[in-house]
Write a protein that binds this ligand. Structure first.
Ligand SMILES: *[C@@H]1O[C@H](CO)[C@@H](O)[C@H](O)[C@H]1NC(C)=O
Ligand SMILES: *[C@@H]1O[C@H](CO)[C@@H](O)[C@H](O)[C@H]1NC(C)=O
Ligand SMILES: *[C@@H]1O[C@H](CO)[C@@H](O)[C@H](O)[C@H]1NC(C)=O
Ligand SMILES: *[C@@H]1O[C@H](CO)[C@@H](O)[C@H](O)[C@H]1NC(C)=O
Ligand SMILES: *[C@@H]1O[C@H](CO)[C@@H](O)[C@H](O)[C@H]1NC(C)=O
Ligand SMILES: *[C@@H]1O[C@H](CO)[C@@H](O)[C@H](O)[C@H]1NC(C)=O
Ligand SMILES: *[C@@H]1O[C@H](CO)[C@@H](O)[C@H](O)[C@H]1NC(C)=O
Ligand SMILES: *[C@@H]1O[C@H](CO)[C@@H](O)[C@H](O)[C@H]1NC(C)=O
Length: 648
């Protein structure tokens, strides 16, 4: 339910931190426009030009179309039939996405004078026409599409040694009518992907806690009226008054805010991603990306007991869509479109699927009251406002609405929060005929820290209780005291904390779920924690996260941290029906600078007050030139746009 949080201190082991740049940046960023009417809530953010064109951007619509045509051309030898006309034993296109570009090729571009590395498309083909059917990933590039463009297998990022082999079955059709009567719906299975359905056998049906080995036994019980239907299933809003203090390069998906800068990217599979996150000009993170959202259920009927979802299978990009300004995000937010390849050579645009806004945190960054002896009870009061820039997106995958929030704080800390809203249905009895299945949500993220250079280490700090004696208090003997212990992690490690370690439904396909925090050495081949196809491959996964842990050093080298927000174990209750609330299904992690800065970061901020009474008791306010705007607020109902598909 409520987050258990985890603290990790990252230490830069390379270059010592240089003196912070001058305060002029803050001063410029802090200047408000003087109060006008209305408040300019709907103003767009000031623009900024990204220092470099975004190398993580999506492939263009023209390339998406060219790649689609290319894989369908007879010369590639893929022998594809149009998806609409294919059969179980045919070869057909599944999806196209933007391929992750190797870090080793991006760094010479963003940090040096090299040209931008070429982009590649990621294409998944279901090859049911092969003797050994596979769903094979390919990389097509370099792009822009030209006569140099080639197609190669994209296997280097998946250590299972072969393409995925998802084999699904649809055996529920035979009893669809009973399902409709009992559950008001029928599961006919996603598109069949096996080439020979007769290899599958039906084990049986379970309902009302009874097992029926055959459809006719089930039908007999249904006809006899023995099966009854389940009962019907039943933040502070802030406003950016006075103008926006963040700048956006919409085209390059680049943002600057109070010393922070970062690029955003969006893929069909993984949704919103962050790259090259800098604080006051120094890189902190090369990459911050969601890798997986998994849910594992408990239950005494096989559907719940055997259920593990890997939601990348359903794609986070395609499931991120329109946010309501003023409700999902505060009024005045900058709303950005999510754009990704979809369908046969199209680009799909989900308008307003990403929002960016600055929020007042509701408590000060720093404050102090000193002195007394007058009627006010202080000689002076100082308080500095705490505000945060948020980037947010919501992915609706089936019955889950995942709210992903990335908060960039003024003190250089970065908080990643995940909230899950679930239509709960099956655990604890929550009403007659309905139980809530206990289930755990685990969200896996990759954080490639490059704190002032790529060479980093992980310092683990523990606060422990030990028995000590103090020579100046010999009469007290030994007594408990707190002690601070630090050590640097030497080799790749994978700690084990989470609840379910051994389940036939996740055997080897979900090892990334089984630790809170894992640290590995960076490799271009270790891009993802999971493959979107693993969910169907429990015993022989396309990608096994455990293989990353082969004893390499993680001290003073380029390290990657993988962490799980796993605290949303959802103990269901009636108040969570029909939807659980974001306030309880929340989990977050904060990364805070640890001796990265020379001193507290609030010193330069002008959004503060210093209040001193004079001898006559008259209060003098120093507003540091940051006056409060006075304006009239006019709010509009959220404007919802049509989702355009761009076809070329
Ligand atoms: C804002 O406008 C008011 C009146 O229009 C003026 O008195 C005040 O000096 C202005 N403040 C700033 C910071 O420009
Ligand atoms: C699918 O098959 C139909 C009927 O043979 C044909 O008219 C149509 O062009 C085919 N679609 C594609 C994309 O090849
Ligand atoms: C191409 O695929 C079809 C099935 O869609 C198959 O019948 C045919 O033999 C394949 N051709 C080659 C050259 O593999
Ligand atoms: C990225 O790195 C991998 C592993 O070193 C390599 O196999 C692959 O060819 C590289 N990709 C490109 C586009 O050069
Ligand atoms: C499908 O599988 C069954 C059972 O293994 C086998 O008898 C049959 O020959 C297979 N059919 C094809 C077309 O491969
Ligand atoms: C977002 O998509 C809408 C269409 O729904 C379009 O009008 C708008 O220009 C797009 N915004 C950007 C920044 O591309
Ligand atoms: C500012 O507010 C955010 C959000 O509430 C909080 O996480 C952060 O720690 C605060 N910063 C300081 C320095 O208190
Ligand atoms: C300290 O010593 C006392 C008395 O021997 C013992 O009960 C206690 O558990 C010790 N505490 C720790 C942290 O070892």
């Amino acid at each position: 339910m409520i987050a258990q949080c985890l603290l990790a201190a990252l230490v830069a082991t390379a270059t010592p931190v240089a003196a912070r740049p001058d305060a002029e940046f803050w001063r410029r960023a802090m200047s408000f426009t003087n109060g006008t009417t209305p408040c300019g809530l709907s103003d767009s953010a000031p623009t900024v030009k990204a220092p470099k064109a975004n190398p993580w951007s999506s492939i263009s619509p023209a390339d998406a179309k060219a790649v689609y045509d290319f894989v369908h051309a007879p010369e590639t030898g893929l022998n594809l039939t149009a998806s609409e006309n294919t059969t179980l034993t045919g070869n057909y296109f599944w999806f196209i996405d933007t391929l992750n570009t190797n870090k080793s090729q991006i760094l010479p571009y963003i940090d040096g004078n090299e040209a931008a590395p070429p982009k590649y498309a990621r294409v998944v083909i279901f090859e049911g026409g092969k003797a050994q059917p596979v769903s094979q990933e390919y990389m097509v590039g370099p792009l822009l599409f030209s006569s140099d463009t080639t197609i190669q297998k994209y296997d280097f990022a998946f250590n299972g040694g072969k393409g995925g082999q998802p084999l699904l079955k649809a055996v529920m059709t035979e009893v669809a009518d009973i399902n409709v009567a009992l559950f008001d719906g029928a599961y006919l299975g996603p598109a069949d992907k096996d080439t020979n359905a007769s290899k599958y056998a039906l084990k049986g049906y379970v309902t009302n806690e009874r097992f029926f080995a055959t459809a006719s036994e089930l039908r007999a019980a249904f006809d006899a009226g023995e099966l009854t239907s389940e009962f019907p299933q039943t933040r502070d809003q802030t406003i950016e008054i006075g103008g926006k203090r963040y700048k956006v390069d919409v085209e390059q998906q680049y943002v600057e805010y109070m010393g922070w800068s970062f690029y955003m990217a969006f893929t069909r599979t993984l949704g919103l991603q962050f790259y090259d996150i800098k604080f006051e000009g120094d890189r902190v993170l090369y990459e911050l990306t969601l890798q997986e959202a998994a849910a594992q259920y408990a239950g005494f009927q096989p559907k719940a007991a055997g259920t593990v979802y890997h939601d990348t299978y359903y794609a986070f990009g395609t499931s991120s869509a329109t946010l309501l300004e003023g409700f999902d995000c505060p009024f005045g937010s900058i709303m950005l479109n999510a754009t990704f390849p979809e369908g046969p050579g199209n680009i799909e645009v989900h308008p307003d699927a990403i929002c960016i806004f600055e929020a007042d945190d509701g408590f000060p960054l720093a404050r102090h009251r000193s002195g007394s002896g007058n009627a006010y009870g202080f000689a002076n009061i100082a308080s500095v406002k705490n505000t945060t820039l948020h980037a947010r997106t919501v992915a609706t995958v089936g019955k889950y609405d995942y709210l992903f929030d990335y908060a960039f704080h003024l003190d250089g800390s970065l908080q990643i929060t995940a909230r899950a809203r679930v239509g709960a249905r099956f655990g604890s009895r929550i009403s007659q005929g309905t139980q809530g299945s206990f289930h755990g949500h685990v969200l896996t993220y990759k954080a490639d820290f490059d704190v002032v250079g790529a060479s980093n280490g992980l310092e683990v700090t523990e606060l422990i209780v030990v028995n000590q004696t103090q020579p100046w208090y010999p009469e007290l003997g030994g007594f408990e005291q707190m002690e601070y212990r630090t050590s640097n992690m030497a080799t790749e490690a994978h700690n084990v904390h989470l609840s379910i370690q051994d389940s036939p439904f996740t055997r080897r396909s979900s090892s990334f779920l089984k630790s809170h925090l894992a640290v590995t050495q960076q490799h271009d081949t270790e891009v993802y924690a999971n493959s979107w196809q693993n969910v169907n491959l429990a015993e022989a996964p396309q990608h096994d996260f455990l293989k990353f842990f082969d004893g390499e050093s993680v001290d003073d080298t380029d390290t990657v941290m993988w962490f799980n927000l796993a605290c949303t174990n959802h103990f269901t209750r009636a108040e969570g029906v029909p939807v659980t609330l974001y306030v309880e299904a929340v989990s977050s992690i904060s990364f805070a600078p640890h001796n990265f800065n020379d001193r507290a970061q609030e010193g330069d901020l002008l959004d503060r007050r210093w209040i001193v009474p004079d001898a006559d008791g008259v209060l003098a306010y120093d507003d540091y030139g940051v006056t409060l705007p006075t304006c009239q607020i006019e709010l509009d109902e959220p404007a919802i746009k049509i989702e355009p598909w761009v076809t070329i």
